[in-house]
Write a protein that binds this ligand. Sequence first.
Ligand SMILES: [Zn+2]
Length: 86
Amino acid sequence: MQQSPKRARKNKNKDKKKAVEKSMDCRKCGAHLTSDEKAIYMKLVSRTASSFLCMDCLAEALHCERKAIEERIRYYRESGNCVLFR
Ligand SMILES: [Zn+2]
């Protein structure tokens, strides 16, 4: 006697709302983004961005050096004023 396979349960959990995670990768090169990279992107480019660039690609897009962006990040973080950097 064979066990009848369990009926495929409807997996309602699948649709469970979880925090919508927006793309965490650089939209240009696909590199994984740190929260700093997303934050600085929002700060420098668009506060409502839904896709982001990594530091390298952002530097390229802004025609500046990656180092300049790193310094910005440090500046915002140290200033402690920006909610994006905590
Ligand atoms: Zn990139």
